[in-house]
Design a protein around this ligand. Structure first.
Ligand code: FAD
Length: 383
């Protein structure tokens, strides 16, 4: 059989958007996923993901989010699905927060609409939230929420329509160094291609253990959906934006009730090490206690709201949160894309565009995404 131009392993948000841009160049593309696109085990398999432009002083990710949002919107409009909800994103912090100060400046320089808010204004606009420690806020009115699983699955359906071959299959680990001609799957098939992209999220350390077992750290992350009181609209858009409570040490963040799943809340601390294949996906009773204490103090209206759904997902962290997008050092035609580090979803379009330009046109590399820049001790710097 004629080799494909490109074989992409992993149909999460990174693999699917990379397939989109490679296919758009006219190349033949095959896309594989071991569990199906955006499965319950994949990092892209959650219900919703935040898309915000603010990254504190970090211009690079602000630029990428700004590039990605219109591409998400265009895609949603083209396939006629509500994949983006413009809920607004509200940063809640204190006047001493230098991250928020830089964020406000950088958004201004980038031409992003943003609004600075004081304590009184925040209390007046969102009386459901009682954050006594919050003295200032920044609202990004044009940002919001992406429907994660639905978006990736719609993208893969669109890829199939555009001629990409999709297969549910698990690729085996490439054994020999040098140029790769073919990969085998666990069901005994061989796939030949001119170049390969491994966009395997939290599985990357299993696929390339020597290279990545101490450079990508999958951690367990728990998410809760709460059922607001019957007949109340206080926790759904437009009454409730996405918010991030930066003054709290556990870094809570919340998404409004979208598609009636409930009000989503989580703590952005890194959890324990996690195996994406076999890790148990049931939340810990101690986390429920932590959540209840938090609600009682800050969102009393939901203090005893029922938990209507939970999820356990994983981040695939690099040492500092910068993505890993680079060529494999021992296989000249193998590329790796991953290290989403708990903030990668929104950037799928920009990442796909960047990686396809690197592969197709030798576009300049961003040093922060290189393998060489990845250290082996965790020190989170990109949020
Ligand atoms: C709880 C939580 C909240 C988050 N919140 C946000 C947010 O608000 N905003 C944001 O931007 N980001 C957020 N993220 C991060 C974001 O979801 C991830 O960075 C992103 O989804 C990573 O996508 P990926 O394509 O790299 O990995 P994945 O989605 O995990 O995709 C990898 C795919 O590779 C496949 N695969 C693995 N091994 C093989 C193999 N051998 N053969 C074939 N297929 C294989 C898997 O089945 C999987 O489908 C969050 C993550 C979590 C867990």
């Amino acid at each position: 059989m004629k080799p494909y131009d490109f074989a992409i392993v992993g149909a999460g948000v990174f693999g699917a958007w990379t397939a989109h841009f490679l296919r758009r160049s006219g190349a033949s593309v095959v896309l594989l996923d071991a569990y199906g696109p955006a499965s319950s085990r994949a990092s892209s398999g959650g219900e919703t993901r935040v898309i915000r432009m603010g990254y504190g002083p970090d211009e690079l990710y602000t630029r990428w989010a700004l590039r990605s949002l219109p591409l998400w919107r265009e895609f949603a409009a083209r396939v006629g699905k509500d994949l983006f909800h413009q809920t607004g994103v509200l940063w809640l912090s204190s006047d001493a927060d230098v991250y928020l100060k830089s964020l406000y400046e950088i958004l201004g320089q980038a031409g992003v609409k943003r609004e600075k808010l004081g304590t009184q204004e925040i209390r007046k606009r969102w009386p459901q939230l009682q954050f006594e420690d919050v003295t200032c806020g920044v609202l990004e009115p044009d940002s919001g929420v992406l429907m994660a699983r639905s978006s990736v699955q719609a993208l893969v359906a669109d890829l199939i329509n555009s001629g990409v071959e999709y297969r549910t299959a698990a690729a085996l680990i490439p054994e020999r160094p040098g140029k790769l001609g073919v990969i085998q799957t666990t069901s005994g098939d061989s796939i030949s291609a001119g170049a390969f992209v491994f966009a395997c999220g939290p599985w990357l350390p299993k696929i390339f253990p020597e290279l990545l077992s101490d450079r990508i750290f999958p951690t367990r992350q728990e998410v809760f959906f709460l059922g607001p009181p019957a007949g109340r609209v206080d926790f759904r858009p437009p009454q409730m934006p996405v918010w991030l409570h930066r003054t709290h040490p556990d870094l809570p963040y919340a998404l409004p009730d979208i598609e009636n799943r409930g009000f989503k809340i989580a703590f952005d601390r890194h959890g324990d090490a996690f195996d994406p294949d076999s890790g148990p996906r049931v939340v810990a009773p101690s986390s429920i206690e932590l959540l209840r204490a938090y609600l009682k103090k800050y969102i009393p209206m939901l203090a005893s709201a029922p938990i209507v759904e939970t999820r356990v997902c994983q981040y695939e962290n690099t040492w500092n949160g910068d993505f890993l997008i680079d060529r494999h050092p021992e296989h000249e035609n193998v590329w790796i894309a991953g290290g989403g580090s708990g903030h990668g979803f929104k950037h799928g379009p920009a990442l796909g565009e960047y990686l396809s330009s690197r592969i197709l046109r030798g576009a300049p590399a961003e040093p922060r995404f290189s393998l060489a820049a990845k250290q082996t001790t965790q020190k989170r710097a990109v949020y």
